[in-house]
Design a binder for this molecule. Structure first.
Ligand code: SF4
Length: 290
């Protein structure tokens, strides 16, 4: 069995920066403890567990907004994740006297600035993103005239203002095209700034390029991670390769390896590389044992 280790894969610059921000805060004696994170710093259970062992408290509750989660925090320093944050969160932290470290990725910040700039020029914003994703939630909190569009059916009718379209940085390269096309058909003078970040773009493209004659593809990552799920969808639907999204080596089912001659492996931007390497090593050893 041939094992293709797809690159680039794994941590992007934004994820590396966010995790480093939390670890630096833990190690810096001048920073008020405990260290809290609102929501998951990145969508990966293994990363959250590792930080928890360092004393970091992650606040996450699907029934509560990030604003509401602050009610549970009485002291310490709050780190904001790479996904960006509703400005009211920062305001509430300040009002409560809590220190704040903002680890928003610069690519997300760029998109947020575009939204604010165009809204202030009188544009209506169509933001292509995933419902309930923290980055999308933060984006739609920035201005009043904005709609979150996950699929073409969500595009609002009868917008009378000029329209500006942008998107969640981790959206799927293959899904965004048809949504943008539909917006243009309905509103021909729309202004568009497609903002899928380079890390997402390169990881998605690498899978399309690698999965030529591949029998099986493993995507290593947390199912809650949007960019990880997108990689699995692209592998499955675009490259038409049998695909398994697994959290770690324990997710490999031997039955899937039957009659497999070539297997490829990639991982989401929030997946620690050691988890992917363990999968690759397992598959290489499995090959050796045949
Ligand atoms: S996936 Fe892209 S936008 Fe998101 S943190 Fe990584 S580099 Fe930044």
């Amino acid at each position: 069995m041939k094992v293709i280790s797809i690159t680039p894969r794994g941590y992007c610059k934004g994820v590396s920066k966010a995790i480093k921000a939390v670890k630096d805060a833990v190690n810096d004696n001048s920073i008020i403890k405990p260290i809290h994170v609102l929501g998951y710093i990145v969508h990966n259970r293994h990363v959250i567990d590792e930080l928890s062992n360092l004393g970091v408290i992650t606040h996450d509750d699907s029934q509560k907004s990030r604003l509401e989660l602050i009610d549970d925090i009485e002291s310490g320093t709050v780190v904001l994740s790479a996904h960006g944050t509703d400005p009211l969160v920062k305001q509430k932290l300040k009002e409560k006297g809590l220190a704040c470290i903002d680890a928003t990725c610069e690519d997300v910040e760029k998109t947020f600035k575009l939204i604010s700039d165009y809204a202030s020029k009188g544009y209506y914003i169509i933001y292509i993103g995933k419902v309930n994703h923290p980055e999308a939630n933060a984006a739609i909190s920035l201005v009043k005239d904005i709609s979150l569009v996950e699929k073409s059916d969500d595009i609002p009718n009868e917008i009378t203002k000029p329209i500006f379209v942008t998107n969640q940085t981790t959206f799927s390269l293959t899904e965004i095209g048809s949504i943008i096309e539909t917006v243009i058909q309905r509103y021909p003078n729309t202004l568009i700034s497609e903002e899928i970040c380079n890390a997402t773009r390169m990881r998605q493209q690498a899978i399309i390029d690698a999965n030529k004659d591949v029998d099986l593809c493993y995507i290593v990552g947390d199912p809650r991670s949007n960019n990880t799920r997108n990689l699995a969808i692209i592998s499955d639907t675009i490259t038409k390769t049998k695909t398994r999204l697994i959290e770690n080596v324990g997710g490999i089912d031997d039955r899937d390896l039957k009659n497999v001659e070539t297997v490829s492996v990639s991982s989401g931007a929030s997946t620690p590389d050691y988890l992917t390497k363990e999968v690759i090593q397992f598959l290489k050893n499995y090959n050796d044992g045949k």
